[in-house]
Write a protein that binds this ligand. Structure first.
Ligand SMILES: Cc1ncc(COP(=O)(O)O)c(C=O)c1O
Length: 414
């Protein structure tokens, strides 16, 4: 190389893109919505929480119909007392992973409560339900294995598949024959994990687990069921849809969360598989993260043990769900399911603008519901998701229906 070539100026560097530019369409869509004068539905603040069903929002007492507090355990006096005691005796956090200094007596007691609740041999507590799915799916199904999943599966299920690098085979929502056809195309000798949910959280519909598990087992697949939205409520003992459909003994892994019926935060997996305990050493979202604080596992264990005796609460929650479903239908709203199938009642909105307007009108009435929109929703739907609580009184359900009628008429949705 001669001296002149060495001294030549470097070619002009191409300008690197702003990595945020991929969000420009979303930023524009959000701005267009806010420009209509609507309140931002995704930045609401609970200024004070009064009970499982009421909070102060924008200075106003508001009925909560969009939490996952299905069994209303967040203000249970025994649950709160257990949390306070653990905070006093064990401190505010573990500052460590479950496999190092982060397993306290409370974590073991919480796992014992789960084993008793499900009558299963093994239980493993994770720091969230998201991490439970991420961890179990990515560890069980690796490169060369297949995960066969309902297309409407939760993000944590998809993320678990991506992390494990398995082949992902989606099938049409709740369609048993589509599942069977997908299974038939997978090589017989390949490892297969079928991932299902008991209740799908967007529309509140229940999976035909009995049929799905039968075709999965016939194809030699292992089965994981995420019972996030059914644990505590559905099934004679609140074990979920698999218990309700009498197929729990055929499920290899049940995934659940403490952030819904249990009323705190955390996730878990229960199983009868004899080799299950090895997961504690190989499951990265279990190993490489701090364990739950002692107060959290103490509240979870107390709540889970109380949920074993929640028959009356479960019955009242069913009553609430049936009344709200029938009442909304009668008012002329379009609902996600023909009949009430869970504690979630989804009200289908014509579009995002109308949905946001209805959401705001309900808030003005003193009612909070969840506004759900694509990509979280199936078929590009905008939904007002109502989730009932066992602590909603009959009078509150009546009040909720009046609020829906008023807001529906103001916005022209009905
Ligand atoms: C089906 C399903 N699985 C898992 C999760 C994650 O639970 P967590 O809130 O404990 O992370 C959710 C949360 O909404 C869920 O709906």
């Amino acid at each position: 190389m001669n001296a002149r070539a060495a001294a030549a100026p470097p070619p002009e560097a191409a300008e690197a893109p702003d990595l945020f530019s991929k969000f420009d369409p979303l930023i524009a869509q959000r701005q267009a919505l806010l420009d209509t004068g609507v309140k931002d539905p995704f930045s609401l603040v609970m200024e004070k929480v009064l009970s499982p069903t009421r909070a102060i929002v924008s200075g106003k007492e508001t009925i909560l119909l969009g939490t996952y507090n299905y069994m209303g355990m967040t203000f249970d006096p025994e649950v709160i007392a257990a949390g306070k005691k653990a905070l006093d005796e064990f401190g505010s956090g573990t500052t460590g992973s479950r496999v190092l200094n982060g397993t306290y007596q409370g974590h073991r007691e919480c796992e014992a409560a789960l084993r008793d609740f499900y009558a299963m041999d093994h239980a493993m507590v994770f720091s969230t339900g998201y991490q439970a799915n991420l961890g179990v799916i990515s560890t069980m199904a690796g490169k060369g294995d297949y995960v066969i999943l309902d297309i409407d599966s939760h993000a944590s299920i998809y993320d678990g598949c991506a992390m494990g690098n398995a082949e992902v085979v989606p099938f049409r929502h709740n369609d048993v024959s589509a599942l069977e056809k997908r299974l038939a195309r997978i090589p017989a000798e390949a490892g297969k994990l079928v991932v299902l949910e008991g209740v799908y959280s967007m529309l509140g519909d229940v999976a035909p687990l009995r049929e799905m598990i039968a075709v999965s087992k016939a194809a030699g697949a292992m089965v994981l069921v995420d019972e996030a939205h059914s644990m505590g409520f559905i099934g004679p003992n609140g074990r979920g849809v698999a218990e309700e459909q009498d197929v729990l003994d055929q499920v290899d892994f049940v995934i659940g969360t403490f952030s819904k019926s249990v009323g705190t935060v955390g996730g878990f997996c229960v199983s009868n598989h004899p080799k299950f305990e090895i997961l504690r050493l190989v499951c990265r979202p279990y190993v490489f993260t701090a364990s739950l604080p002692p107060s959290v596992v103490a509240t979870a264990a107390t709540s889970i043990r109380k949920l074993m005796h929640g028959t009356n609460k479960r019955a009242h929650l069913w009553e609430n769900s049936k009344r709200l479903h029938a009442g909304l239908k009668q008012l002329g709203f379009t609902l996600g399911t023909e009949t009430p199938q869970s504690a979630i009642i989804a009200v289908i909105m014509p579009d995002l603008e109308k949905g946001a307007a209805m959401w705001e009108a309900l808030l003005a009435e003193g009612l909070y519901v969840n506004l759900a929109r694509p990509p979280a929703t199936p078929a590009n739907m905008t939904l007002l998701r109502c989730s009932l609580c066992a602590e909603h009184s009959d009078a509150e359900v009546t009040e909720i229906l009046t609020m829906f009628e008023n807001a529906g008429r103001t916005t022209g949705v009905i």
